[in-house]
Design a protein around this ligand. Structure first.
Ligand code: SF4
Length: 217
């Protein structure tokens, strides 16, 4: 098994939790992980939209089932489609860099996308694809029960907040939102920063603010 595979990382994480916090806490975490895993298995053969015919892998999500912070992106790209793991291409590397900047890593967060299958050519998700796929995201959020949600980019933000399709990311980024009582922040998608490096400072500032606001204790 690949030493960096999600299963291997989860097993290492559980061993760490058992050592540090004891078995009782671990029971709750294992239960949560099992629920997530069962849910993934129940939807990973989905054929509700045409993207099922062109995908190589269904991309459920990755990270800790006990994460305080849930990041939600738009859809898998080419590398994610190849591997079945979200945010592992160039945009994912930039996300990792920002996480490390505030003392986090992939094992301390959970990350997923609005769509679980790649739109060909990385085009924007179509409204009917989002409508068919978003119930999976809402159920993931219910199971993960995060302390804060970060929407990466306009598609994730508009979907989670049910905002009109012309709502700009710039305006959303400056506001505070809630998703069913859970604080929700809107950040640039890291792929947008790769296209416009001039915004990298603002991108890192958003992560610093996230740390100041939600990671004090
Ligand atoms: S994108 Fe979502 S709705 Fe479409 S096939 Fe994949 S999992 Fe199903």
């Amino acid at each position: 098994m690949d030493p960096k595979s999600p299963q291997k990382r989860i097993r290492s994480y559980l061993a760490y939790v058992r050592d540090v916090f004891g078995a009782e806490l671990l029971v709750n975490r294992e239960k949560k992980m099992t629920e997530l895993d069962l849910y993934r298995k129940s939807i990973e053969q989905c054929t509700k939209c045409a993207l099922s015919q062109t995908r190589k892998h269904f991309v459920f999500g990755d990270g800790s089932p006990d994460a305080d912070i849930l990041f939600v992106g738009e859809a898998p790209g080419a590398v994610e489609d190849e591997t079945g793991i979200p945010f592992v291409g160039r945009a994912g590397k930039l996300l990792d860099k920002a996480l490390h900047h505030i003392g986090l890593d992939r094992d301390s967060i959970f990350i997923t996308n609005v769509l679980k299958c790649r739109p060909p050519g990385n085009r924007d998700p179509l409204p009917d694809e989002i409508a068919l796929c978003e119930p999976y995201l809402h159920r993931q959020i219910e199971l993960l029960n995060p302390r804060v949600i970060v929407a990466l980019g306009r598609i994730a933000a508009r979907t989670l907040l049910r905002l009109p399709s012309d709502t700009s990311l710039t305006s959303m980024r400056k506001q505070s939102f809630e998703y069913h009582g859970v604080p929700l922040c809107v950040f640039y998608h890291p792929a947008a920063i790769l296209r416009n490096a001039g915004r990298e400072g603002e991108y890192f500032q958003d992560f610093e603010k996230l740390k100041e606001t939600y990671l004090k204790d």
